[in-house]
Design a protein around this ligand. Structure first.
Ligand code: COA
Length: 260
C-alpha cells in the first residue's frame, strides 16, 4: 500500500515506518495520523512483520509535534475531539499493539512527536535528538498522552519540570532520565534499532504479545497487573511456541518459533 505522508517498508521481518514530511519537520497532521494507523494495523496483522521501527525522514526531526496549523483555529469541543481521536487511533493503539514497536528518534521529538515516541514500547535516539513537550508555550497542554506517559517514564518531578518549562532535553539527558534506552551517533540510530529488533526476533512473538499485555496492565487504573500476568503466563502453556521453546532447550538446539 502506498501513502502520501509516510513510507512503509518490510525487510527480514522488520517493518520500518518513516514519517515523511521533512519540509514540516514531520509534523503530525490528521492525514499522517490516519496513515500511521493504517500502516501499523497492517504490520501488526502481517505474519511476516515481527518488529516495527518508527522514525522520521531527514536528519533534523523525528516529529516536531502535532501540526500546529491544523488546530490553531479550533474551539474547546474540537480540541477535545482532536486529542480523543488521536489517542484512540494512534497513541493508545501503538502502546497496545502486540507487535513490538521501537521509536528511532533521529532529531527533534517535540510535543506529539515525543508523545509518539513515548507510546512506542521503547526508544533509542541519535546524539542530535532533542526532546520536549513545549505545548504550554502555545497555551495548550500535551493531549496525546504526554501528561501520563512522561511521568511514567521519567518520574513526576522531571515530567512536571519538562512540561512547565516547555524546555528541550538532549539525547544524553534523555538517556539519564530513562526516556530513551540507548543513544548512538547520528546516522546509526536505525542500525541500532534493527540490532535490537534482531534480538527480539529470536524470541517467541506469541510470548512477547502476552508480555506486552502484562507490562501495560501495570499502568492501567483499576487493573490488577499480577492477575493479567498469571492469565498471560497460563495461556503460554497452550501454545506451539511454548512446546518449541522448551523442547529446543531440552534438545540443546536453537528454538525455531512457529507463531506470530
Ligand atoms: N506544526 C506545523 N509546522 C511545523 C511544526 C509543527 N509542530 N514544526 C515545524 N513546522 C514547520 C515550520 O512551520 C516550518 O515550515 P515553513 O518552512 O513552511 O515555514 C518548517 O516546519 C521548518 O521549521 P522551522 O521552525 O523553520 O525550523 P527551525 O529549525 O527554525 O526550528 C523547531 C525547529 C522544532 C524548534 C521549530 O520548528 C518549532 O518550534 N516547532 C514547533 C514545535 C512545537 O511546539 N511542537 C508542539 C506542537 S503541539
Amino acid at each position: 500500500m502506498s501513502y502520501k505522508n509516510i513510507l512503509s517498508t518490510v525487510n527480514n521481518g522488520i517493518a520500518t515506518i518513516t514519517i515523511n514530511r521533512p519540509d514540516k519537520l514531520n509534523a503530525l497532521n490528521k492525514d499522517t495520523i490516519e496513515e500511521l494507523h493504517e500502516a501499523l494495523n497492517d504490520c501488526n496483522k502481517s505474519k511476516e512483520t515481527k518488529v516495527i521501527i518508527i522514525t522520521g525522514s531527514g536528519e533534523k526531526a523525528f516529529v516536531a509535534g502535532a501540526d500546529i496549523s491544523e488546530f490553531a483555529h479550533f474551539d474547546e469541543k474540537n480540541g477535545g475531539k482532536l486529542a480523543a481521536k488521536g489517542q484512540e487511533i494512534l497513541f493508545d493503539f501503538i502502546e497496545q499493539l502486540s507487535t513490538p514497536v521501537i521509536a528511532a528518534v533521529n532529531g527533534f521529538a517535540l510535543g506529539g512527536g515525543l508523545e509518539l515516541a513515548m507510546a512506542c514500547h521503547f526508544r533509542v535516539a541519535s546524539l542530535n535528538a532533542k526532546m520536549g513537550l513545549p505545548e504550554v508555550s502555545l497555551g495548550v497542554i500535551p493531549g496525546y498522552g504526554g501528561t501520563q506517559r512522561l511521568p511514567q517514564l521519567v518520574g513526576k518531578g522531571r515530567a512536571m519540570e519538562m512540561i512547565m518549562t516547555a524546555g528541550m532535553i538532549d539525547a544524553n539527558q534523555a538517556l539519564e532520565y530513562g526516556l530513551v534506552n540507548h543513544v548512538t551517533a547520528g546516522g546509526e540510530v536505525i542500525a541500532l534499532a534493527e540490532k535490537l529488533a534482531g534480538k527480539i526476533m529470536r524470541n517467541s512473538s506469541v510470548a512477547i504479545k502476552g508480555a506486552i499485555k502484562a507490562v501495560n496492565a501495570n499502568f492501567k487504573d483499576g487493573v490488577d497487573g499480577y492477575k493479567i500476568e498469571i492469565k498471560q503466563f497460563g495461556k503460554c502453556f497452550g501454545t506451539e511456541d511454548f512446546k518449541e521453546g522448551t523442547t529446543a532447550f531440552l534438545e540443546k538446539r536453537k528454538a525455531d518459533f512457529p507463531g506470530k
